[in-house]
Design a protein around this ligand. Structure first.
Ligand code: UGA
Length: 434
């Protein structure tokens, strides 16, 4: 089947590549000429483990192409995916200008019946708006379908190729059939395609992300309470997570969720609710708690240094919002670095993938280390912000030799308390005994 994907950001590139991998001919369209040139030169524009092999293979085999020309890109396409950015507007609601602009442009150039798919995370009612924007100038029949994406950065290829489920909001049987055929290869293990009305599909995406953000935030509050009551959040997590109604995943307490999705989507859903005259109280609390959680380690750090961080050097392990990505959007590390700098501290940071991106934010205000041990040289304390595997089992004698004080502030609960005690480190983590 011939498919077009408009927008070659993170979701667009993964979507296009994975559909090419299952034998479709995919043309990805983007207005960014430099990006399209790079992609046509087989240079991948995002960091995502496992994607490059598929990307190169499908270009080589002629199933994956890139262009800046929308009309050329959609020629012959039975399905056009819209994978465009929906950044938060000034009031927190999702800004649809990119999506609606492409919809307007599509109207006059559609040549035959086409299914237009909203892949971006968009508020309920967007498909109707996209429909109206296309219909204003369309000469042919078309359907607008909602097909939210649930992939996670870092494991995107696996999530895309083996989804727990595929959600499709479609109003016509014709569109349903086209989508069912496209997704056939992805649901062979019995994982379902769930068909529903368009609005329910649009809301499903926000509900899923907001629920997961709430789940994490709930555990973060339990963790904070554990610290006050002398309990251990790891034990509580195991205790509650084995209840199949709760489930083991997304129960890890830490220094708050980040990334390009949860913060934006929780805010957008709260805003949508507000616009519908509904006060979504839980979401407002989730945002407030998460904001505070991101700076959870600052107070104990200050206390350790008698409330004076001026002139102190803090080593930071991990800058990305989570491992296996170079994405630093809403990463707790950034807020902590800003805070540390404002308190007069110096920062030496290391991340396996995200340093280039952070250089764009802090420039020479902080030191970018060669590796995790270089970051520790003459540092007064270590803070851990991202659970990259390389930080899980460091050579503690090297850590001890470089740090001025044997003290670690761990926002990801990487180490056993017993081990830290044995090694003689002062160890602050989240929701566990000091
Ligand atoms: C999230 C969802 O998990 C995907 O299903 C969704 O498709 C995606 O957003 C999206 O809307 O595009 P992602 O942002 O890539 O995916 O990352 P997650 O692995 O979900 O992690 C999000 C944040 O939650 C990270 O900051 C992570 O550190 C934090 N987290 C996650 C915890 O603090 N504790 C946990 O137990 C799990």
């Amino acid at each position: 089947m011939k498919i077009a994907v408009v927008g070659t950001g993170y979701v667009g590139l993964v979507t296009g590549t994975c559909f090419a991998e299952t034998g479709n001919h995919v043309t990805c369209v983007d207005i960014d000429e430099k990006k399209v040139q790079m992609l046509n030169n087989k240079q991948i524009t995002i960091y995502e483990p496992g994607l490059e092999v598929l990307f190169e293979r499908n270009i080589r085999q002629g199933r994956l192409e890139f262009t800046t020309d929308l009309k050329e890109g959609i020629k012959g396409a039975k399905i056009i995916f819209l994978a465009l950015p929906t950044p938060p507007g000034e009031d927190g609601s999702a800004d649809l200008k990119y999506v609606l602009k492409v919809a307007e442009d599509l109207g006059p150039i559609l040549e035959e019946y086409t299914v237009i798919v909203d892949k971006s995370t968009v508020p309920v009612g967007t498909a109707d708006k996209v429909h109206a924007a296309i219909a204003a100038n369309a000469k042919v029949d078309f359907d607008v379908v909602s097909n939210p994406e649930f992939l996670r950065e870092g494991v995107a290829v696996d999530d895309f190729m083996k989804p727990d489920r595929v959600v499709i909001g479609a109003e016509s049987d014709k569109a349903k059939k086209v989508m069912e055929k496209l997704y056939g290869p992805f649901v062979r293990q019995g994982n379902p395609i769930i068909f529903m009305d368009v609005k329910s599909a649009e809301l499903t995406k926000y509900a899923a992300n907001s629920f997961l953000a709430t789940k994490i935030t709930f555990m973060n509050e339990i963790a904070n309470l554990c610290e006050l009551l002398g309990a251990d959040v790891d034990m509580v997590r195991k205790g509650v997570g084995t209840d199949t109604r709760i489930g083991k995943r997304f129960l890890f307490a830490g220094i708050g969720y980040g990334g390009s999705c949860f913060p934006k989507d929780v805010q957008a859903l709260a805003k949508s609710a507000n616009q519908a005259d509904y006060d979504f109280k839980i979401l407002n609390s989730v945002m407030e708690v998460n904001q505070a959680q991101k700076e959870r380690l600052i107070d104990p750090l200050k206390a350790y240094f008698n409330n004076d961080l001026s002139g102190k050097t803090i080593a930071i392990w991990g800058l990305a919002f989570k491992p296996y990505t170079d994405d630093i959007r809403e990463a707790p590390a950034l807020e902590n670095i800003s805070k540390l700098l404002s308190l007069g501290a110096k920062v030496k940071a290391y991340d396996p993938e995200a340093m280039e991106n952070v250089k764009g934010v802090f420039g020479d205000k902080i030191y970018f280390a060669e590796d995790e041990y270089d970051a520790l040289k003459d540092a007064d304390a270590l803070m851990i912000m991202t659970e990259w595997p390389v930080f899980r089992t460091p050579e503690f004698d090297k850590v001890e030799a470089r740090l001025k004080n044997k003290v670690i502030f761990d926002g990801r609960n990487l180490y056993e308390l017993g081990q830290m005690e044995e090694l003689g480190f002062t160890y602050h983590s989240i929701g566990r005994k000091i």
